[in-house]
Design a protein around this ligand. Structure first.
Ligand code: BGC
Length: 338
């Protein structure tokens, strides 16, 4: 397999990989995935034609690497080893997606490795404490690999100069419908699907999750059935948020999403998956904004948002100085035989 590089304006470079019936495109801007197609069907949201204009002001951060801390941090503040850190408030009073100078805004350096049966792109950058006000700098490597089996793998390797928080993810939105209609007809499954309810401002309010498999008594749960549930606690969540924006516990980091035509298999070593069903698309004032609610869904593999304030020193997002961090998530697409 091989990759082709195309330069756009504003320093944006596209790295295009062709693999028979599938194609995938990444960019140096935010170490993003820009496009993933099965034949002519786009299975992720993005814009390859005008990437140089589309991504810079897009608040939904399609396909971007997010960090150093993916989810919200309540009141943009946390304590670590007795010291209080104050971050930028870029989501009401909270901090989200690592703040306004997060990884999604960075131009990464990269190297392409064409190997037998796969292409690997290693993106590198440095996260500086002076940019995001978390403790310590982090040397970061994000590797995107695409292989002949139509499997996209993202690996994160990081090393910090001080004890800090690190909770990266990729903000890709999927839509497996051939006509790109809303995703309410997709089914999710995993041996475990436990959803953490949200309180005010999209923040996790309880570490006591709702067992969706018990609520629906089925192995594959349709998004529409979640949205239209009559289960009192879940219904209250759906009414409040118009869909999912919730962290899940899943079984062994494995989860499947499917519709009639495609099946997407996710595997991760991160502790949780946040599923966001693009519930309100109105905040992006742009001609590029052609999206209606539920145009896509994310599968954000990460530690539970705000874990540092919920769990203190036990937060899984804490990393020690000079101790290498490694994490891996993969997404594999299958076309169903009908
Ligand atoms: C958050 C959503 C937010 C979206 C777009 C997601 O990661 O969970 O609440 O609306 O990103 O910024």
């Amino acid at each position: 397999m091989f990759a082709k590089v195309e330069k756009q304006r504003n320093g944006i470079e596209l790295i295009k990989i062709d693999n028979q019936e599938t194609t995938i495109v990444f960019s140096n801007f935010g170490a993003r995935i820009i496009s993933w197609k099965y034949d002519d069907n786009s299975i992720v949201l993005g814009n390859i034609v005008e990437a140089d204009e589309f991504y810079q002001a897009n608040p939904f951060k399609f396909g971007a690497t997010i960090g150093r801390y993916s989810g919200r941090i309540a009141d943009a503040t946390f304590e670590l080893d007795g010291k209080t850190y104050t971050l930028d408030q870029n989501d009401g009073e909270n901090n989200i997606h690592g703040g306004p100078h997060g990884l999604d805004t960075k131009f990464f350096d990269y190297e392409i490795y064409e190997q037998v049966g796969q292409v690997k792109i290693i993106f590198t950058t440095i996260i500086k404490s002076e940019d995001d006000h978390f403790p310590g700098n982090i040397e970061l490597k994000v590797t995107h690999t695409y292989n002949v089996e139509h499997k996209w793998t993202v690996e994160y390797e990081a090393i910090a100069t001080e004890k800090t928080l690190f909770n990266p993810m990729n903000h890709v939105y999927f839509n497996l419908n051939r006509d790109n209609n809303i995703i309410d007809n997709h089914y999710i499954s995993s041996e475990k699907l436990a959803l953490y309810p949200l309180g005010d401002n999209n923040l996790v309010s309880s570490l006591d999750p709702i067992d969706l498999k018990a609520c629906f008594d089925t192995d594959k749960i349709k998004f529409k059935d979640i949205f239209e549930t009559t289960h009192p606690q879940l219904q209250q969540q759906m009414t409040r948020y118009n869909g999912l924006d919730h962290p899940f516990d899943i079984n062994d980091g494995q989860m499947t999403i499917e519709n009639k035509h495609f099946l997407l298999k996710v595997e991760t070593d991160m502790p949780n998956v946040v599923i966001f069903t693009f519930n309100d698309t109105s905040s992006w004032q742009s001609n590029f904004n052609i999206y209606k609610p539920h145009s896509g869904f994310t599968l954000e593999t990460q530690c539970i948002p705000n874990d540092i304030n919920l769990e203190g020193e036990n937060a899984q997002s804490i990393i020690e100085a000079n101790k290498p961090f490694y994490s891996k998530t993969s997404y594999k697409i299958f076309e169903k035989e009908i």
